[in-house]
Design a protein around this ligand. Sequence first.
Ligand SMILES: *[C@@H]1O[C@H](CO)[C@@H](O)[C@H](O)[C@H]1NC(C)=O
Ligand SMILES: *[C@@H]1O[C@H](CO)[C@@H](O)[C@H](O)[C@H]1NC(C)=O
Ligand SMILES: *[C@@H]1O[C@H](CO)[C@@H](O)[C@H](O)[C@H]1NC(C)=O
Ligand SMILES: *[C@@H]1O[C@H](CO)[C@@H](O)[C@H](O)[C@H]1NC(C)=O
Ligand SMILES: *[C@@H]1O[C@H](CO)[C@@H](O)[C@H](O)[C@H]1NC(C)=O
Length: 484
Amino acid sequence: MKASGLRSWNLLLAAGILLASAARAQTLTDDQLDAVKARLAEGATHSWEIGTRAEALIEADTPTYSVLNNTSLPPPKGQTPSSLDEVISIARSIVQARAKADVQGPQPFMDVNGGAAGDPPSIGVAVLLANWTNAGAQDGQNYAGAAQDQLEYLLTQVPKTSDGAISHRQEQVQLWSDFVYMVPPFLAYYGVLTQNQSLVQEAYDQCRLYRQYLVDDDAGGMWKHIVMGQNTDSGHWSTGNGWAAAGMLRVLGTIQHSQYAKQMKNQAKDLTNWVSEIHGGIYPHLRTNGLFGNYADDSSTFDDASGTAILASTVYRLALLAGIHTHLPQAEQSRKALFAPASSSSSSSQSSTSPSPSPSPSPSPSLSSSSTTSSAPSPSGSSNSTATTAASSSSASPSATAPVGPAMQHFTSDMWLTPVVNPNSFGNEGSKSPEAQAFVVELSSAWRDWAALGSPGANAAVRIGGGKAAWACASVVLTVMFAV
Ligand SMILES: *[C@@H]1O[C@H](CO)[C@@H](O)[C@H](O)[C@H]1NC(C)=O
Ligand SMILES: *[C@@H]1O[C@H](CO)[C@@H](O)[C@H](O)[C@H]1NC(C)=O
Ligand SMILES: *[C@@H]1O[C@H](CO)[C@@H](O)[C@H](O)[C@H]1NC(C)=O
Ligand SMILES: *[C@@H]1O[C@H](CO)[C@@H](O)[C@H](O)[C@H]1NC(C)=O
Ligand SMILES: *[C@@H]1O[C@H](CO)[C@@H](O)[C@H](O)[C@H]1NC(C)=O
């Protein structure tokens, strides 16, 4: 009896230590994060990728200028922190290119020849920030004019539903969940910076209308991807649910930290509920490996680390903005899975539906065997020399071919997230996704800000896997052992 008792304590101890070691080291090092940002800089060419990159960089590098931080809005004037340089230069390159087009009046920041009128406004927060920090006095660009032209284009030239939802596409009314990340945050920020509450209300109304059209009560509150027009997709696209939740959180943060916080309490409460509703619908479908399928409730779809990352980031942000902790254990599970080293014990739990990283056209470096001698060729068959030069000119970025730190289960050796949905073809797996890189930056920042406040609500549910739970488990076991 004594012997077998001892054996089970030993087992418990072993389990405790295992859990504890699995719980540490699941963050990205600074070098790894820099490499993620460098791949993002190389890859971001579409308007929504550029806009999403700018927002991710604000959160990561200058949190006090992010609407998600608790600093009050409008942001401080005066000396612009140099950590905003990259964001301002994104705005500059866009506004400069626009001026060359030599068109006056309502127009988007970038061409919408592909038809997605809803995408370019995602760059708007960066452009408004450039205006606010008076960057035009240095470089002669008319940031306020560009922002105003984009606003007017959106409000007057893009088709709408009869009740006022602005279409995501130019050629006909189509409502895409993606829109919620691209447009309402721009409207809300514009309203706060120009003292125009009706624009902040418009941001809220667009969220309200999009939810009304896209929420699927039969799917527990997950959103459909696209309704109306030619591209309908009634599936519950994980990334789309992430876009919607993340966009509504930005509007929520903008309202809460603004001069309209008191007057718009009810709107803030609705936005909070709508983000929670998405979480409540989608988290029951989280796979045992910590990832969502590309369509959350379709088990035949591949694991998508991209949608998983943006969704997890929204769970930490909801905890910070609204004190809601319900899905933190699952967000932690996702974060630890995504940031796990290749050798982690959790690798054995990887879903069998996604055997290996991605059908990349270039030889994808093996994650498990990646030794440090990098014979891997330049990662991308598609990245052209301009892009490569731009990336390597960024001083902090490591070379594209050198592996950064230990091998990771869900990153290639040069830190592309994998496996990911193809950002240009939402039903298919892709290999290199710029938006996924931005989501990793956002997840990393959201977790950092949450951890800095002491990880409030980490033990929201009894679930082994949180760092604290693991350590507590190990120390209880040790204490008991020594007592015996
Ligand atoms: C806001 O930014 C500051 C400065 O980086 C950071 O210390 C703080 O944790 C952030 N707060 C939130 C709620 O994100
Ligand atoms: C933001 O949150 C931090 C941490 O809780 C707190 O110390 C700080 O006072 C807050 N700042 C504002 C402006 O609310
Ligand atoms: C641009 O900045 C100026 C000065 O801060 C401000 O008065 C104006 O409202 C801003 N315009 C826009 C469109 O943000
Ligand atoms: C607020 O913005 C809208 C849209 O640009 C504009 O029509 C309206 O006149 C503005 N209101 C105020 C008070 O500036
Ligand atoms: C090459 O990359 C640059 C910068 O990312 C981009 O602007 C350009 O369109 C790309 N050219 C081709 C041919 O892909």
